[in-house]
Design a protein around this ligand. Structure first.
Ligand SMILES: C[S@@+](CC[C@H](N)C(=O)[O-])C[C@H]1O[C@@H](n2cnc3c(N)ncnc32)[C@H](O)[C@@H]1O
Length: 264
């Protein structure tokens, strides 16, 4: 059916709906995610297939025993918190796991009672939405560019293999056109190590005009650390438009954690 006939058929169908039910149906059509499967492009489908493959071979908590500091830091959060990898588990998938009793969004505040409170969720991967925002609305054309994802973990940003401490990779950083840093150090290194790592990054990410994408902002990452990095002479922040997705269920707060800087 072509567009014109399909539109006619939809309008015809709407004319047959009981008037009392029409507002509810229209509201559903405006807000539902049920149409997602018809609007997904091939890239979405490929990313979702990769996530599905990884889900099938990784445990639900998706944490390695080598990530012991990150595990410890999750346990030290003020509210009970679990790691749920946002690339592997989107909101709909979490809902279905909760329905099957395999995951919970709540924890019992008083043992044995029905009182519950929301459980904190932390993700050590970008979600599909964050990745799409970065690739469609933050980064320039990547042809011929060298992109470095510092701490690639599951490979959501960049699926490549170079297994090393970034503080041994000076020439890689010096030659990169774009460097992506998603919460690389905060959960994985103690404060002295974080300070040392940021010092190394700021000394090696120096190519004028190269781009640095960080989560959270550099100001937030460096605050509280004993570092002597003059942001104003190192980088210029490039403002981002966080309102590119009109959908209501977009996690705008997560997008606002993404920052873009140009190296001076
Ligand atoms: C929050 S994860 C980000 C994963 C991935 N880039 C993403 O956005 O989905 C941060 C990763 O950085 C790694 N990391 C921490 N310190 C590092 C270092 N000094 N050198 C290289 N990787 C590091 C951690 O082990 C972890 O895998």
């Amino acid at each position: 059916m072509d567009f014109r006939s399909a539109r006619q058929a939809v309008l015809q169908l709407l004319r047959t709906v009981a008037p009392a039910d029409l507002p509810e149906l229209i509201q559903w059509m405006r807000t539902t995610r049920d149409f997602d499967e018809f609007t997904q492009d091939n890239n979405d489908i490929m990313l979702k297939n990769i996530a599905e493959d990884l889900r099938n071979c990784l445990p639900l908590e998706t944490m390695l025993s080598s990530e012991h500091l990150a595990l410890q830091k999750i346990q030290q959060q003020p509210e009970p918190t679990v790691h749920v990898d946002a690339f592997l588990y989107d909101e709909d998938f979490i809902d279905s796991l909760c329905e099957e009793g395999k995951m919970s969004r709540n924890y019992c505040t008083v043992c044995g009672s029905h009182q519950t409170a929301p459980l904190g969720f932390i993700s050590h991967s970008f979600s599909l939405m964050e990745l799409k925002f970065i690739y469609h609305h933050v980064l320039p054309d990547l042809s011929e560019k060298i992109l470095v994802d510092v701490g690639s973990r599951l490979g959501t940003v960049l699926y490549g293999v170079l297994h090393a401490d970034i503080c041994t990779q000076g020439s890689l950083l010096q030659n990169a056109d774009i460097i992506i840093m998603n919460n690389v150090f905060e959960y994985f290194l103690n404060e002295a190590e974080q300070a040392r790592a940021w010092d190394y990054i700021s000394h090696n990410v120096r190519r004028r005009g190269s781009l640095l994408v960080t989560v959270p902002s550099l100001e937030e990452s460096l605050s509280g650390l004993q570092v002597n990095i003059q942001l104003s002479s190192w980088v210029d922040e490039v403002p981002l438009n966080y309102d590119v997705y009109p959908e209501k269920d977009i996690d705008r707060e997560a997008l606002k954690q993404i920052h873009l800087y140009k190296i001076l």
